[in-house]
Design a protein around this ligand. Sequence first.
Ligand code: BV8
Ligand code: ZN
Length: 258
Amino acid sequence: MTAPHEATADLLEQARRVVVLTGAGMSAESGVPTFREAQTGLWARFNPEELATERAFRENPARVFGWYLQRLHAVRAAEPHAGYRALAHLAQRFRDGFCIVTQNVDGLHARAGSRNVVELHGSLEAFRCIECQLPFPADQIGGLDDVQAERPPPTCRECGNLIRPGVVWFGESLPSDAIGRAWRAAEEADVALVVGTSSLVYPAANLPAVVRGRGGRVIEINPDETPLSPSVDLYWSAPAGEALPLLAEALAGSQERR
Ligand code: BV8
Ligand code: ZN
């Protein structure tokens, strides 16, 4: 019985172009709670899918804005784990044939040195005016160390409307350039490596089917099964921080044996 890291390396060895789809589970071992885990402190009683909406923000700007500042503070204190570094290393083997499409808004792929990263759902570091879309610099948002409380958002210097987080809320369309890049990568990929996502959120969850639809292979790395698991070519039940370094090692080893 081939070990999962060897079977995964075998599939990747035959690939020329790889698309990686990551979700919140990719950041779990960096200490960033996954999207569906209970929110902490003040926000423990709220469902994240309800907080991550324009309606929730307009109804209670201070509660939603405080939640995003608390998450921004947490991700700035987080470090990309060995799995992130392994993906950045793997990319070198595939040169321009390696694209990371992430649902995460924590910026950890870029901080681990990955270059070709598509942020489907925006970023916690980006803020803009909710009406005129004027960008608002994150470093002008003071007091990031005192994020346990609700926090009224600043207002736009141009039009006076509220400043909102630069993430994609439920019910909002994804940025067309991000969707374009992600779907192009999927249409060209021989393999999709799906890591740390519950595969519940659309349209991101459709991406592996694009690869499969064109005869590509799909590999899933996740300690728990998901709705995607029954249809993948290889399901590897492991945490990202353990599996990805093993995979990078197996691929490096096979390169030496060539
Ligand atoms: C859209 C940014 C078109 C914000 C996020 C009604 C009206 C409108 C739309 C819909 C609707 N009903 C359904 C929809 C579609 C909706 C959707 O998919 N809803 C779901 C809940 C059914 N999608 C949208 O609204 C999208 N837009 O459709 O636009 C449109 C426009 C107008 C009108 C109609 C249609 C926008 C979706 C984007 C939402 N924004 N993030 C923020 O972060 O605050 S999504 C959010 O969930 C995060 O980005 C998160 O990444 C993402 C998905 O969750 P996961 O990443 O998978 O994380 P999760 O916690 O779920 O799972 C973690 C996984 O990791 C688990 O499987 C676990 O086993 C695993 N794991 C744990 N530890 C580890 C691990 N894996 C590896 N290693 C470990 N150590
Ligand atoms: Zn404005």
